[in-house]
Design a protein around this ligand. Sequence first.
Ligand SMILES: NC(=O)c1ccc[n+]([C@@H]2O[C@H](COP(=O)([O-])OP(=O)(O)OC[C@H]3O[C@@H](n4cnc5c(N)ncnc54)[C@H](O)[C@@H]3O)[C@@H](O)[C@H]2O)c1
Length: 452
Amino acid sequence: MVRLLIFDIDGILTDGTVSIDADGHESKAYNLTEIDALNTLRQAGYKLAAITGEDKPIVDVFQKLVPWDAFLCGCKDKVAGIRQLERQLFVSVSEICYIGDGKYDVSAIQYAGLGVAPANAIEEAKVAADIVLDGCGGKNCINELRKLLQQLSVREKGEQTVPVKNLENKGFGGPRTAMDKFKISGRIVVITGGAGLMGYNHAEAALSGGGIPVLLDISEDALVFAKGRLTEKYPEGEIVTYRADITDREALKMVRDKLLEKYGHIDALINNAANNPKMEGDAKNMGAITFENFPLSMWAADISVGLTGALFCSQVFGEQMAKQKSGVILNISSDLGVIAPDQRIYRKSGLRDEEQTVKPVTYSVIKHGLIGMTKYIATYWAEKGVRCNSLCPAGIENGQDKEFIGKLTNLVPMGRMASKDEYQSTVLYMISDASAYMTGATVIVDGGRTCW
Ligand SMILES: NC(=O)c1ccc[n+]([C@@H]2O[C@H](COP(=O)([O-])OP(=O)(O)OC[C@H]3O[C@@H](n4cnc5c(N)ncnc54)[C@H](O)[C@@H]3O)[C@@H](O)[C@H]2O)c1
């Protein structure tokens, strides 16, 4: 499906000729019906952009002719220009149609999902193009393109099966495939606790879909380490990190503003950060804290990150999504967001009851609470195009002792814990258009544990 049309100016909006008067002033002619066609395309919902190698004053005239979504002047590397527009206008390359006629356009015509050349383009441009129009630049090529796109959109809606010139082999002229919908090219994906075990894997999920992960974490060292690993694995990818405490709303607003300044949009938020009590093996950080003596300070600290932090992030980043009328929030809950912890698996032999460590009550409250917040946000912003869902992962195997793993896996029908990267594909599904009709849902990926 084409969403963005990018035009070369000379040879497309004009016929490529330049007249010079006696005083040396240049002039170029354009056809008003072609400008009308551009406006019609815009009304039909296409984004419009121009990339021209020129930066002379005459270019201003063309910039003012149409309400362009973007206009790049003096840009001879047109593929770099298209890449910039993918990020800026939030479209993937497969959704871009580029039309050009000259030598600087050839690689752009090849790169764009749909490459088009007018009848009077140079031979290399015509060879590279998916469609060579009958019309010429500056005369009628834009009107012809408009009609073609109209035919395409009718076909995509399944209302007509008439083949559209030259497009049958390019994947155009039919609905986006299921796999296409997993692409999140250029989309900004904010991940809280992004430098932790799961946060890192959420970032990989975003990168593998072509998105730009933005890792927020309180640990600077962990951020540097995570960025290094991600860069090594995805050298082409863009990875952004910010040291930020999600319990500080002002800090989140600063991150949002910086992202908007650079990219102009925020497309997904994964509320993932939590105070994660280490319960297993020799881990000491829970000590012998039972439900009866659970301290208020720990209650407040856990709720502050797990629930209040998720609330602040949803407010700050979600508000922007509602303004954009698109975006998705994914709350990382847990299998313990739908069932109670089985305290028997955390017990250690030889200790009295009051000395035993228990999974803290805050874990249950936060994980159940996130599912409630998910349903609230999903319905609150449904009409604004913001979706919100919960993912309930179960325990990831990550060096726990054998006794613990044995007790836990006994509770799992599949008989094992999850591996570290095993949630990536579900996360990509939930933050991409692949899950476009899903909101308010609780997706449980737990090897079957909650069935028992
Ligand atoms: N690991 C599992 O087995 C598992 C299973 C189910 C659910 N979950 C959930 O997945 C999420 C991630 O878990 P994990 O195992 O990756 O934990 P983790 O401890 O590895 O990562 C959590 C990250 O959050 C960061 N963080 C903590 N407080 C923060 C704050 N105030 N602001 C910004 N960042 C902060 C930490 O620095 C850390 O990098 C948690 O919500 C957890 O409850 C994990």
